[in-house]
Design a protein around this ligand. Structure first.
Ligand code: PDD
Length: 303
């Protein structure tokens, strides 16, 4: 049974009780993060905590904890789930790779759209396993479909108000696809739960940051890896036509890392196989992850 962090306490996830008056429940008045850890060590934790701070500021909710307190509580959450840093390799094998889901709501108050006077934020943290990349994905890539991006105008805030994303992802699932690529006014924004990249003539291209998409932590790291690899990189608009004519298309997110898309709306992308630029950056990502979490690459099941 997994252990949750609930307002500073650690308890079995099943015994967490959220009030029906919690504004996260009533209004989706809350923000969140999903933070990966490998073998008991967080990966890119600072970037996630920076973004959490920006999301809280954007919704005008005072941060309930300071940086050191967040680090302490999140690290303790890993420990409680058998994935402490330096945890001994037990009978169950090495510490698991876990994604931490962290949500901060504006807390419990009588239902009223306007903020309560003195909000007492609700903090929930819970973990789920990070699954290794399936060999079929590595060899064949994933299907995606395109959908109209009809979300609100502040998709740069990592808010839990995700109904449009949920509907888009469900439509993708019903079409046998792993992700919905969202298009606004004929331009790619991102995936329903991922950022998107295209490769054209060797250049790695991703839409520029603006309020229409999430500044993904993985997106930023992949751009950094591409620059380190000496690849040409561009942050610019990607039209619907460019998306369909791309040599490669990728998705990025913290728990699914970098994924190749090889079919869009049933049509092959480029050669119809995961491309060489993806393979290079996927390998670089595994190496960076191994180094940052101080493990030999072969100990990582994602290699
Ligand atoms: N989602 N765009 C959207 C809409 C997302 O929901 C996510 C991640 C991303 C990628 O961001 P990052 O690289 O920081 O994970 C982009 C998380 C994983 C989720 O909702 O589960």
């Amino acid at each position: 049974m997994s252990v949750a962090l609930f307002n500073g306490e650690f308890l079995p996830l099943e015994s967490v009780r959220i009030s029906p008056l919690d504004r996260g429940f009533l209004f989706g008045d809350s923000v969140y993060e999903v933070i990966p850890s490998y073998g008991g060590r967080f990966f890119l934790l600072d970037a996630h905590l920076d973004r959490l701070a920006r999301s809280l500021e954007a919704i005008r909710l005072p941060d309930p904890l300071d940086r050191a307190q967040w680090e302490e509580q999140l690290t303790a959450l890993l420990h409680h789930n058998g994935a402490g840093a330096g945890a001994a390799e037990g009978a169950d094998g090495p510490p698991p790779d876990l994604g931490v889901y962290l949500q901060v709501t504006r807390g419990v108050a009588p239902r009223d759209h306007a903020f309560p006077e003195n909000p007492r934020p609700t903090v929930l943290g819970m973990v789920s396993p990070i699954r290794p990349l399936a060999p079929t994905v590595r060899e064949e890539g994933l299907n995606a479909v395109t959908r109209t991006d009809d979300r609100w105008g502040r998709c740069d805030i990592k808010a839990t108000t995700l109904l449009a994303n949920v509907l888009a992802r469900q439509e993708a699932a019903e079409a046998g696809a792993a992700e919905a690529l969202l298009l606004r006014d004929g331009r790619l924004t991102e995936g329903a739960a991922s950022n998107a990249f295209v490769v054209r003539d060797g250049t790695v291209i991703t839409p520029p940051l603006d309020p229409g998409l999430l500044p993904g932590v993985t997106r930023g790291f992949v751009l950094e890896l591409a620059r380190r690899a000496g690849l040409p990189v561009a942050q610019r608009a990607v039209t619907d036509a460019e998306l369909r004519a791309a040599d490669e298309v990728w998705l990025s997110s913290s728990t699914r890392e970098l994924l190749p898309v090889t079919r869009i709306d049933g049509q092959p992308v480029g050669s119809g196989r995961p491309g060489p630029v993806w393979a290079r950056l996927h390998a670089d990502y595994q190496a960076a992850k191994a180094e940052a979490t101080r493990q030999p690459p072969e100990a990582l099941s994602h290699e």
